[in-house]
Design a protein around this ligand. Structure first.
Ligand code: PLP
Length: 279
């Protein structure tokens, strides 16, 4: 394995060293939480927001989380990553074995190989049903809506379905027709007047740190923003649609369900720049 691994309570280990027990519920049940961040030239983007979200995720799962110990572990891992430019950082916390302690580690590795092409060429997206209503998570905390759990098998299966159909990624749609999020990104669109994103809360979707930072900076620069319930037709009508996430950044959608979309380079470039992906 090419990368850096630092284990909570231990420190740096060989990148290929075993770090999780076979009976850890993080492995046997996907019971735990994580964060994915971008490292650029020795600095992690918006680390405070990632640690704050992981604090909330761990609290929702009732797993102890010491944010200052994690900040120190992240700093140790970052100091050991020798390369300039971009890298992908993962913070991962498991519940641990029955009666045992949670495990945590930070890993750093290269960007996914597809990202440079996707950023350059834009994303071909299909929409797929998530199969639940847009308010399915209201007053149902056991469904862990908005919690960044390790249980991403469904998300990965949706992305494989996209590849099978000749696309790059997916936008998930609720049973009642509301646009939700992508398996590893949020949805943002520009209708010519406002930047929009989809509502969190009852929808169960994850609150994106990238979308939040983008909207804060856009508002400071005079843009109008909104949280808007939208249909797929609203996305077809939008001038620009992006998937936004911490490591890939905002990437514009160039085809939606097989329908080509014209790119709008000035708006796209400004959104990427505001989100910290200015090239
Ligand atoms: N939605 C889901 C399901 C995700 O996994 C992610 C990314 O990690 C996002 C949205 C985007 O969140 P962020 O911008 O904080 O990376």
């Amino acid at each position: 394995m090419h990368g850096v691994v630092a284990v909570l309570g231990v420190g740096l280990v060989e990148p290929g060293a075993p770090v999780i027990r076979a009976d850890d519920a993080g492995v046997t049940r996907g019971d735990g939480c994580f964060e994915g961040c971008r490292l650029r030239d020795g600095v992690i983007d918006k680390l405070d927001r990632h640690l704050a979200r992981m604090t909330r995720s761990a609290a929702a799962l009732e797993i102890p989380f010491d944010a200052s110990a994690w900040a120190a572990l992240v700093a140790e891992a970052v100091a050991a990553w020798p390369e300039p430019g971009e890298a992908a950082v993962k913070l991962l916390l498991t519940r641990g074995p029955v009666g045992g302690a949670p495990s945590g580690f930070v890993s750093i590795g290269p960007l996914p190989a597809d990202y440079p092409r996707q950023r350059r060429e834009g994303l071909r997206i299909i929409t797929l049903p998530r199969g639940t209503a847009s308010d399915a998570y209201a007053a149902a905390p056991w469904l862990l809506g908005g919690v960044k759990t390790l249980s991403y098998a469904v998300n990965m299966a949706a992305q494989r379905e996209a590849v099978r159909r000749g696309a790059d990624d997916v936008i998930l749609v609720s049973a009642d027709g509301a646009v939700l999020e992508a398996p590893t990104s949020s949805v943002v669109w520009w209708d010519g007047a406002r930047l929009h994103t989809t509502p969190t809360g009852p929808s169960g979707i994850l609150a994106s740190t990238t979308q939040r930072l983008l909207f804060e900076r856009a508002e400071a620069a005079g843009w109008q923003t909104a949280q808007t319930a939208a249909t797929v037709d609203d996305l077809h009508a939008a001038q620009v649609v992006w998937l936004v996430a911490s490591v890939r950044g905002p990437v514009d959608v160039v085809a939606l369900d097989g329908k080509a979309r014209a790119r709008v380079p000035e708006v796209d470039a400004e959104v990427r720049r505001l989100a910290g992906f200015g090239g």
